[in-house]
Design a protein around this ligand. Structure first.
Ligand code: ADP
Ligand code: MG
Length: 551
């Protein structure tokens, strides 16, 4: 993972939001007017007192009118600032979610397979939400503080340079020293906190998946302890962050009060008249919120930047295998080679763990090939290599004589139906889940596919048939039914090559036989590779090979 400086993260995040810059600029201008109006209201208040006490030549009515104008602008611009800042932030977050999802798709399946899903979930939900702090509450406060601070100081300097200098020093203390100190202090806590939240998500996912094991075995107490431990450590970190924030707010208030007090003392010493000094003192006191917004950044910002860094790293992560777009499109019918799939001297390892060494295989068009072998010998890996989910370390896989590195990835996948032991379903109806395989399939085609996979009777027995929502069925789907749905999907997709990874592992003998004869009947010239540890499932194969594991 790449480590970046805070400044680098901020610049990279701003770069991502460059499409929203115009809204951001309007938000900043609105913010500047809003904070200037606040000071205007305070000065008007002071002038009212001055008017009552010393009868200066500014009419009561005029001051009230001035105040009313400031109040109006303060309200309007505050609204605009908040609205636009958040609008920008939420638009950017929407874009980030899209990008994160696209990155996950790009990295899948190789990089996602081994990663912690909990961390990915906390990235899509929590991290992206926290980056909002950066877009809505960082860029504009900094710009506003710089512009407003300058205007305040220049205005004060016209009446009293020493007071202006004192105020400037306080601004600098509040606007630069405090945020730097506090963000250094909070950065580590923030980073660890984000990691721990990701960790807690992982623990929950893990426990949910294994809930039956937890209930059944004596793991229950241990599971509760694991959650408690992670939770306690989370609370400790959060308490640390809040303590830091509380201390910061106290220091900010102290600086504002002290500076106003010192300004009054300097004014009295230098003989500034009260009708000038009082508005200045009021103005100074109420000018601090514009600067304090920057001081408070350190705390939330450290977390926001930690999240930003994680998301940026994910966006930049390179996939194991790059999608090919400018290669050739496959046409299985036009195959001139004697083999439809040809594997030559293939070697592959997951890191250090060698799985395949000098593996050779030729599969003729229309052949049903069975692959048998002990668990862990690399059967599933071989299918994943043909799908190009991973790429070979050495050797070559050719389809119709074309090395798969030269075949457009979409075309490769369109020509191969791939099914694993675990058929996954998505939120939606049975129909939606079938249409994944072929988006514009007719009802008739879908029913035929269901029938071939001998699951049509089951679907028709449901009250809503193909419109049954899968959530309604929930876990009521048996593993065997899932598997038959998976097959129905493959039949519907109707690709020329089928890669079946343990397609019958969850079926009883009766259903296994039904599926096998369906496969045989469906085959009609299609090429099928079927991986199975079960002898009985391989009986329809024209040829069976044994795979050996690598030591
Ligand atoms: N993504 C992965 N990263 C690291 N090792 C893996 C990965 N997938 C599988 N393996 C390992 O590779 C070996 C072969 O796995 P696999 O091809 O699934 O075996 P089979 O399907 O023959 O049972 C196993 O030891 C497995 O633990
Ligand atoms: Mg396997």
């Amino acid at each position: 993972m790449r480590k970046r400086s805070s400044l680098r993260i901020m610049l990279d995040l701003i770069h991502l939001a460059k499409g929203e810059l115009s809204d951001l600029v309007v938000a900043i201008i609105a913010g500047i007017i809003s904070f200037l109006s606040t000071v205007g209201i305070a000065i008007s208040g002071a002038l009212l007192i001055v008017q009552l006490a010393w009868r200066i030549d500014l009419s009561f009515k005029k001051i009230i009118l001035m105040m009313a104008i400031f109040v109006f602008f303060r309200g309007l611009t505050r609204y605009l600032e908040q609205f636009l800042n958040h609008l920008v932030a939420f638009k950017v977050l929407r874009m980030l979610r899209d990008k994160v999802f696209a990155a996950i798709r790009r990295l899948a399946p190789a990089k996602i397979e081994g990663s912690n899903k909990g961390e990915l979930i906390s990235m899509i939900t929590g991290d992206i939400e926290l980056i909002e702090v950066f877009y809505a509450h960082t860029i504009s406060p900094i710009c506003i503080a710089v512009v407003c601070g300058t205007i305040y100081i220049v205005s004060i300097a016209r009446f009293s340079p020493p007071i202006a200098l004192t105020t400037l020093l306080s601004y600098l203390l509040m606007g630069t020293v405090l945020p730097v100190l506090f963000s250094k202090w909070a950065k580590n806590t923030g980073y660890v906190l984000r990691k721990e939240i990701g960790g807690l998500n992982n623990i929950f996912l893990d426990l949910l998946r294994g809930i039956t094991e937890i209930m059944q075995f004596s793991y229950r107490d241990k599971a509760i302890k694991v959650v408690e431990k992670s939770n306690t450590s989370l609370i400790t970190r959060q308490a640390q962050l809040i303590e830091q924030l509380a201390l910061l707010l106290g220091i900010e208030d102290a600086i504002a009060v002290l500076t106003s007090g010192i300004a009054v003392l300097i004014g009295m010493r230098t003989g500034l008249s009260w009708h000038i000094l009082l508005p200045i003192a009021f103005g100074i006191f109420f000018s601090f919120p514009a600067i304090a917004n920057v001081a408070s950044l350190g705390n939330g910002l450290s977390q926001s930047l930690a999240c930003g860094e994680r998301v940026l790293n994910l966006l930049e992560e390179e996939p194991v295998v790059k999608e090919i777009k400018n290669g050739v499109d496959l046409n299985l019918q036009d195959n001139k080679a004697d083999s439809i799939i040809e594997i030559e001297n293939l070697s592959f390892a997951y890191g250090e763990q060698a799985i395949l060494k000098d593996f050779n295989l030729k599969i003729a068009p229309g052949e049903i090939l069975g692959i048998q072998g002990e668990s862990g010998c690399g059967k599933s890996t071989l299918l994943k290599l043909i799908m190009r989910f991973w790429s070979a370390d050495m050797g070559e896989i050719r389809l119709c004589g074309v090395p798969i590195e030269n075949i457009n990835t979409q075309s490769l996948w369109n020509n191969i139906g791939y099914m694993t032991q675990n058929t996954e379903f998505f939120e939606g109806t049975i129909r939606d889940n079938l249409l994944i395989a072929k988006p514009n399939a007719s009802d008739g085609k879908m029913k035929a596919a269901l029938e071939k996979a001998s699951i049509l009777d089951f679907v028709e027995s449901l009250e809503h048939g193909m419109d049954t929502r899968l959530t309604e069925l929930g876990d009521n789907f048996s593993a065997g039914e899932r598997q038959r749905f998976g097959l129905a999907r493959c039949f519907l997709e109707d690709a020329g090559i089928l890669l079946l990874d343990e397609p019958t592992s969850n079926l009883d003998v009766l259903n296994e036989n039904i599926i096998l004869s369906a496969l045989k009947e469906y085959q009609a010239g299609r090429t099928i590779i079927m991986v199975s540890h079960r002898e009985s499932s391989l009986k329809i194969c024209d040829r069976i090979i044994q795979m050996q594991g690598q030591e």
